[in-house]
Design a protein around this ligand. Structure first.
Ligand code: PMT
Length: 421
């Protein structure tokens, strides 16, 4: 394993995983496995509350080491005292980090094993919060998180979405795989890796074209493919800017994110971000937008009982106009990035359509994916790509979007000289 490959894993890291109380504690068991898969050594500390959710035996079996949960355990203190444990760790990762643990750490409490260890250690502290969304938004929690981040803590998440309590919003624990990726990404010092020194601009997600204050034209893009590309480019050492349509995904570690809604906003953001070395257009940009956005909600005609069938069946005609073709504009721009890569979402003849887009949009490569097929394309975690460029083509996947994103970047670096600085 060379130095760069080692940095793409967690080899050599001794991770003290603090698990605090909350339903997401069950995901910490999976996290232990993922950390060990990434070659980290793991020891687990449970808070008293966490032990109500998942038993120590689970973590002991997965980590291969006894689990610690009390400051007052003479046997454990005799084996590896808490000061020694704090010194042993190269990283302290708390996942899930409850509102209570975050508050304790922000205020320097040392009234249980985990908070005491955090006061003693000099290792990098990483927090992956999980709690009810209103607890997350509470000014006390926000202030505590800000305090810890100012002191250098790394924050991973929380994710947005449906919560165990039945509510919806930010507060979900980031998935274990994504936590591991963020830890790996934060290991690669900026300025190292095969994309070091390169500026990479990625677009991701859908665009929403507003019809009126309550309705829009959109599509099923979740942003996962583009976010995976941004994360992979950052892992490879690039300086990454991610232009994201309306999606509910956490920003990958080390990535600069610009949120937009409409195609024209995405286009403005992309052109304003030039000059760049590489552009990858993974966003599903709307091809058409309403000619006008109504300022008031569009009302349907009120029909009375005497209305004839023609009035009852009358439809609504939308007047649509083309959106800017961001990919083509970037490819034709005086500050054109050295490498411009488009995506193509296809249902028919994939190769023919992709090659046609390659030429018409004057881009260096097109990564085409089939849509409408299970496990590929929109709103799923995996994908398969057929990549076309002037001198050849290659197949990637099926695999997770994370894997496909890495493989695409490595393929571009390998086959297209313009990808290399
Ligand atoms: O977001 P996910 O749920 O993970 O799904 C991923 C994905 C299916 C959206 C992604 O893999 C993908 O295929 N993205 C491109 C979808 C698309 O819009 O394809 P297209 O064939 O319509 O467009 C071709 C290219 O032109 C794309 O690079 C697109 O970003 C770009 N384009 C299109 C229209 C427009 N007005 N401006 C553009 O830049």
């Amino acid at each position: 394993m060379n130095e760069f490959e080692a940095k793409r894993s967690l080899a050599g890291e001794r991770i003290l995983l603090g698990v605090s109380g909350g339903i997401a504690a069950y995901k910490a068991a999976e996290l232990v496995r993922r950390l060990r898969d990434a070659d980290a050594e793991v020891r687990v500390v449970l808070t008293e509350a966490a032990a109500h959710f998942v038993g120590a035996a689970t973590f002991q079996a997965l980590s291969g080491h006894p689990v610690r949960s009390s400051l007052w355990d003479p046997a454990a203190e005799a084996a590896m005292g808490h000061i020694e444990l704090a010194r042993w760790a190269t990283r302290v990762v708390i996942a899930p980090a409850s509102a209570d643990v975050i508050a304790k750490l922000a205020h320097g409490h040392a009234n249980d094993l985990l908070s005491t260890l955090c006061l003693v250690t000099t290792a990098q502290l990483t927090l992956a919060p999980a709690m009810n969304n209103r607890m997350w938004w509470h000014p006390a929690t926000q202030a505590n998180v800000a305090t810890l981040c100012e002191r250098g803590a790394q924050l991973i998440g929380p994710d947005d979405g449906s919560q165990a309590c039945g509510e919806f919003g930010p507060g979900r624990l980031v998935e274990p795989d994504a936590i591991v990726r963020a830890l790996i990404a934060s290991r690669v010092p900026s300025g190292s890796g095969p994309l070091a020194g390169q500026r990479v601009l990625v677009s991701a997600g859908p665009t929403y074209e507003d019809l009126d204050p309550v309705r829009y034209l959109g599509n099923r893009s979740s942003g996962k493919m583009g976010f995976a590309l941004a994360a992979a480019a950052a892992e490879l050492g690039a300086d990454v800017t991610l232009i994201a349509g309306p999606v509910a995904l956490p920003t990958p570690a080390g990535v600069r994110r610009i949120d937009v809604r409409r195609a024209v906003e995405m286009c403005d953001a992309a052109l304003s971000a030039l000059p760049q070395d590489i552009y990858i257009g993974a966003a599903a940009v709307a091809d058409y937008m309403p000619a006008r956005t109504a300022t008031d909600k569009i009302k349907k005609p009120i029909l009375d009982q005497g209305s004839d069938a023609a009035s009852r069946n009358s439809g609504l005609t939308l007047d649509l106009v083309r959106t800017p073709d961001i990919l083509a504009e970037i490819a034709a721009h005086p500050q054109r990035p050295r490498l411009v890569v488009g995506f193509a979402a296809e249902t028919g003849n994939l190769a023919e359509s992709a090659r046609e887009k390659l030429q018409r949009k004057r881009v260096d490569a097109i990564a085409a994916n089939r849509v409408g097929v299970e496990g590929c394309g929109f709103d799923c975690d995996s994908n398969a790509l057929s990549v076309f460029w002037a001198g050849g083509e290659a197949e990637l996947g099926p695999a997770s979007k994370t894997q496909v994103a890495r493989d695409l970047l490595l393929l571009l670096l390998d086959r297209l000289p313009a990808a290399r600085a």
